[in-house]
Design a protein around this ligand. Structure first.
Ligand code: NQM
Length: 358
């Protein structure tokens, strides 16, 4: 027996995946995950029998609902869908998929749009982080075509602006979970920080690389990847994340001097593959470290001055601009630009043996 689940397949920033309404999915978490895995074609390293794109950035899903506690206008539960692994991880945030959550909710009839522009508070249920998202909605419909360009997406599109407050310690409990601006793990100096995404920062030179290599070259360097994973496994418990061997956090960002006039150079592992750009809350966290003297990011960063700064984070396919607001030297606000697009709307047939249907 197979069931048809309504689905809105969206690009959000430099990621993409299906969005579902929570009410259309099984309530029980294990059964819900079995449905999502079946829809995505996991576990299978090619995801050949489903919607997944066989890479971490294209093996993601969003679940939408209207909160009843009034804390936000929309609840977005993010799922990082295992590729070869039959697991949906709802631990981390994803700021790229978040950029698509509001247009998806309007498409799905969960929320209505205002005339002209629509601003709503969207809560990422995974961590409780609330973002203020603004879309263009002429005629009360999400507009996708436009002139805004983000590196990592070939075509321009309508802007989606994302503002974050209160991202400190999203999963680690504190901005600096060890209380230190830098720690030493296996003789390597690292900064362990979480301003929306738990990240371990390492100077690329300390791992014997330049930090401007192509992602494919870094992915092919098995000795480097083994070293990074060994550091990450030790960083996990220090960041209050426990045993992270099967978890997608912390991410690892190799930092280096900027080469294109930006604030600093980055190569980010998520956590085993090198990102073709950088994640949204990953970029907010790296930018935050860059403005904090004493971190390994500050060593290489051109971090600017003042309480309102825009940091251009260089990455493999260009740059990511993060606007930071500081008060007494502390980052209290972050804002950035994304774009999103509806790629397909329809239904996805699934027949997980564990589900008796809607
Ligand atoms: O950091 C990739 C992405 C992400 C996550 C990852 C993200 C974020 O590019 O907020 O957006 O870090 O796995 O979508």
């Amino acid at each position: 027996m197979s069931y048809e689940i309504p689905c809105w397949y969206m690009r959000g920033g430099t990621s993409k995946g299906p969005f579902f309404r929570a009410a259309d999915l099984p309530e029980d978490t294990a059964t819900r995950d079995a449905v999502i895995l079946a829809a995505m074609g996991s576990p299978d390293e090619r995801q050949i029998d489903g919607l997944g794109g066989a890479k971490p950035l294209t093996s993601k899903a969003g679940i939408l609902s209207i909160p009843t506690d009034g804390a936000a206008d929309l609840d977005f539960l993010f799922g990082q869908v295992g590729i070869a692994e039959g697991k949906v991880d709802t631990t981390p945030n994803c700021g790229n998929m978040l950029a698509a959550a509001l247009p998806a909710a309007i498409e799905a009839g969960l929320l209505s749009a205002d005339e002209g522009t629509t601003t709503r508070r969207v809560r990422t249920v995974n961590t409780g982080v609330i973002a203020e998202i603004t879309l263009q909605t002429p005629g009360g419909r999400p507009l996708y075509d436009g002139d805004a360009h983000i590196d990592g997406v070939p075509r321009p599109a309508a802007p989606v602006t994302c503002g974050f407050l209160d991202t400190e310690g999203s999963l680690s409990g504190a901005l600096l979970p060890t209380g230190n601006l830098r720690d030493t793990i296996d003789g390597v100096e690292v900064t362990l920080i979480d301003n929306g995404m738990p990240v371990m920062l390492v100077n690329a030179a300390d791992l014997g690389v330049q930090g401007d290599e192509r992602p494919e070259a870094l992915d092919a360097d098995t000795a480097l990847k083994a070293r990074i994973e060994a550091l990450r496994l030790k960083a996990g418990p220090l960041m209050n994340l426990g045993d992270v061997s099967g978890k997608p956090v912390p991410k690892i960002t190799l930092v280096s001097l900027p080469r294109h006039g930006g604030a600093l150079g980055t190569r980010t592992f998520i956590p085993h593959d090198c990102h073709t750009s950088i994640g949204v809350l990953g970029a907010v966290t790296v930018a935050t470290a860059a403005v904090m003297p004493g971190t390994v990011a500050a060593d290489v960063a051109n971090a600017g001055q003042g309480d309102a700064r825009t940091l251009s984070i260089e990455h493999p396919t260009g740059e990511f601009s993060v606007e930071l607001g500081l008060a007494q030297g502390r980052v209290v606000r972050a804002a950035l630009l994304r774009t999103a697009r509806l790629l397909m709307r329809g239904t996805v047939p699934v027949s997980p043996s564990t589900w008796a249907g809607p």
